[in-house]
Design a protein around this ligand. Structure first.
Ligand code: PLP
Length: 416
């Protein structure tokens, strides 16, 4: 054992990389590999020229504040610009209800630090976003999964799970949900279930953490903006901590996201953020503000919806051609992901080396499940790959699945 290994904290010793990020790293060094793994936006959609003009204007002005530390809470004019945008989505708030974060991943981390003591229970969807699982686990939370149905969380199972946890004396701190185009299933929570969840939250006295990075990316052929109404929009009692991000609409590199919550929560999150990073990048926040005030973001949204809806069609079409009878899936109504189920007995993690060999990657299903299930599912991101590579990649993937299925025996489960 090295000096470092002897020094690791209990948490530090347990840290393991995210399945999504590992796939992303693999793809970065291999341009030949067709990656359906990380949920990266299509770089062709980035507003390159607008950012160049904005950055040029900002840097030429040589305003000292631009390259300076800023307030932990966020650049005030940006917070002010967010208020009317949130109001248009039904979320009534003032700047007192807002905290700017370095991506919504930081928001997840800060929210966890604020609410979770080791051993507390956090309820999550089965399956859910691995970055959230990692944030909750890093605070020592015990994660308990709630099943999903075609229209989102299974409310009867939620009641059952809560009753069991309460009967065992657990402290249930919050339920984490991704109502819009969920990561990884792509599912959309029905409006009726959104209202029911808010009622549940009040009755059960359990907070909701609503994570919404994909809400703007609804596909106009099958979804209306109203279908993505945040749960937060109907929350007049402060039950919901609501997260939004610019990563999937403007660019992940801007690392700009925000939390909407009652002022008493925001004030504490502000203090927690002080020890995390003092403040988010001032330059990035100014870029985002200008992208909002110059209309870049609003001009971007219809294009993004069209681009990603088309890619969803291409991927769903390729799956229908190549994988009918081999796999099942439901084309999503927005967002970045297509969730695929293979026959029981196939293990998508064990299939990965063969997929890499065939020059295609995806994220295996199991890491998205906190109950140890999901071995025969996989997540395909249709956002980043070009149309021709989507078609090629699905044909390659179908070959891998066919070989695994025809091997005549179930693929053995992968090691931990
Ligand atoms: C559901 C969900 N929440 C949070 C994040 C993190 O996003 P950000 O880039 O804002 O940190 C992601 C990124 O993929 C996500 O899918």
């Amino acid at each position: 054992m090295t000096v470092h290994e002897r020094a690791f904290s209990r948490m530090g010793a347990q840290l393991t990389g995210s399945a999504i990020r590992q796939m992303g790293i693999l793809a970065a060094g291999r341009p030949d590999l067709i990656s359906f793994a990380p949920g990266y936006p299509d770089p062709d959609t980035f507003a390159w020229d607008a950012y160049r003009d904005i950055a040029d204007d900002l840097l030429r002005a040589r305003e000292a504040d631009l390259l300076q530390y800023g307030p932990t809470r966020g650049y005030a004019p940006l917070l002010e610009a967010l208020v009317p945008r949130l109001r248009r989505q039904g979320v009534a708030c003032t700047t007192d209800d807002l905290l700017l974060t370095t991506g919504s991943q930081q928001a997840l981390d800060l929210v966890t630090r604020l609410f979770v003591d080791p051993g507390d229970v956090v309820l999550v969807e089965l399956p859910t976003f691995t970055g959230a699982i990692a944030a909750f686990r890093s605070a020592g939370a015990r994660l308990v999964g709630v099943r999903q149905e075609a229209d989102g969380l299974d409310l009867a199972h939620l009641d059952e799970v809560l009753a069991v946890e309460r009967a065992n004396g657990a402290r249930v701190k919050f339920l984490y949900v991704i109502p819009n185009f969920q990561n990884p299933t792509g599912g959309l929570l029905s409006l009726a279930k959104r209202r029911a969840l808010l009622d549940w939250s009040r009755r059960a006295d359990v907070l909701l953490v609503e994570d919404d990075p994909y809400g703007d990316l609804w596909f106009p052929d099958v979804t209306r903006a109203e279908d993505t109404r945040p749960i937060k929009a109907d929350d007049d009692e402060g039950q919901v901590v609501y997260l939004q991000s610019t990563s999937k609409t403007l660019a992940p590199a801007l690392r700009t996201a925000w939390v909407v919550a009652p002022p008493a929560v925001i004030e504490r999150l502000d203090v927690a953020k002080q020890s995390a990073d003092l403040c988010s990048s001032t330059l990035d926040q100014r870029l985002v503000l200008e992208a909002i005030t110059r209309g870049v973001l609003d001009a971007q949204l219809p294009r993004l919806r069209e681009t990603y809806a088309h890619k969803r069609d291409v991927m769903a079409g390729a799956l229908a051609r190549e994988c009918t009878g081999l796999a099942s899936w439901a084309p999503p109504r927005g967002g970045f992901f297509l969730w695929v189920q293979l026959p029981e007995g196939l293990d998508t993690r064990a299939m990965l080396p063969a997929a890499v060999e065939a020059n295609v990657i995806y994220v295996a299903g199991a890491p998205f499940f906190v109950d140890g299930s999901g071995h025969h599912a996989l997540r395909l991101a249709f956002c980043a790959a070009s149309v021709s590579r989507i078609e090629d990649g699905i044909a390659r993937l179908a070959g891998v699945i066919r070989t695994a299925a025809a091997s005549g025996r179930p693929v053995p489960p992968a090691g931990p």
